[in-house]
Design a protein around this ligand. Structure first.
Ligand SMILES: [Zn+2]
Length: 171
């Protein structure tokens, strides 16, 4: 069990309790397995109820992750801000049978807070992590200095079409 601890889901929701804290990559084993190198995440889980009046957990996660670009294998920072409301379901059968868009989580008296937060983070990640402008990262590997502005310049160049012979590399 992680240091974020566990909550009694139904009781927590009913009493409108709140738990907040921070997680690092060592608390997030599935993210580590997915190639996430580091994380600094703040979370808040609040007892709540869904729009339908069912007991629910409102989950909020903010921070950044260091992901591996699947094109050049370089690392990059991915800013994260995710919120959602998870309805507490009484059984896995109920979750499987649901055919609406509501998010559900299996309720229990011992719900792992870090696992709930990690689920939320995984859902918010890109399917294929990649630099916003991977060419800039290649230039960086060749010795140029990469900055957010260099990445932006790369984006502008790739979208600008052919240019005249007076074009100079961005310094
Ligand atoms: Zn890349």
């Amino acid at each position: 069990m992680s240091r974020a601890g566990t909550i009694d889901g139904p009781r927590f929701a009913l009493a409108r309790e709140v738990i907040t804290g921070a997680l690092a990559i060592k608390d997030l084993p599935r993210l580590a397995e997915m190639g996430c190198e580091a994380a600094a995440l703040q979370y808040a889980v609040r007892g709540s109820e869904s729009a339908e009046g069912r007991a629910a957990l409102a989950v909020e996660v903010r921070g950044s992750l260091r992901l591996t670009c699947q094109r050049c294998l370089g690392g990059f920072e991915f800013p994260l801000a995710a919120t959602s409301t998870l309805e507490l379901a009484d059984s896995q059968t109920e979750i499987d049978a649901a055919d609406d868009e509501r998010d559900r989580v299996l309720a229990s008296k011992s719900m792992d807070v870090a696992a709930i937060v990690e689920d939320e983070v995984i859902l918010a990640l890109p399917m294929v992590p990649m630099h916003a402008s991977c060419e800039a990262a290649v230039a960086h590997a060749a010795g140029k200095e990469a900055s957010p502005f260099a990445a932006l310049a790369g984006l502008q160049e790739s979208g600008a079409g052919p240019r005249g012979p007076g074009r100079k590399p961005n310094t």
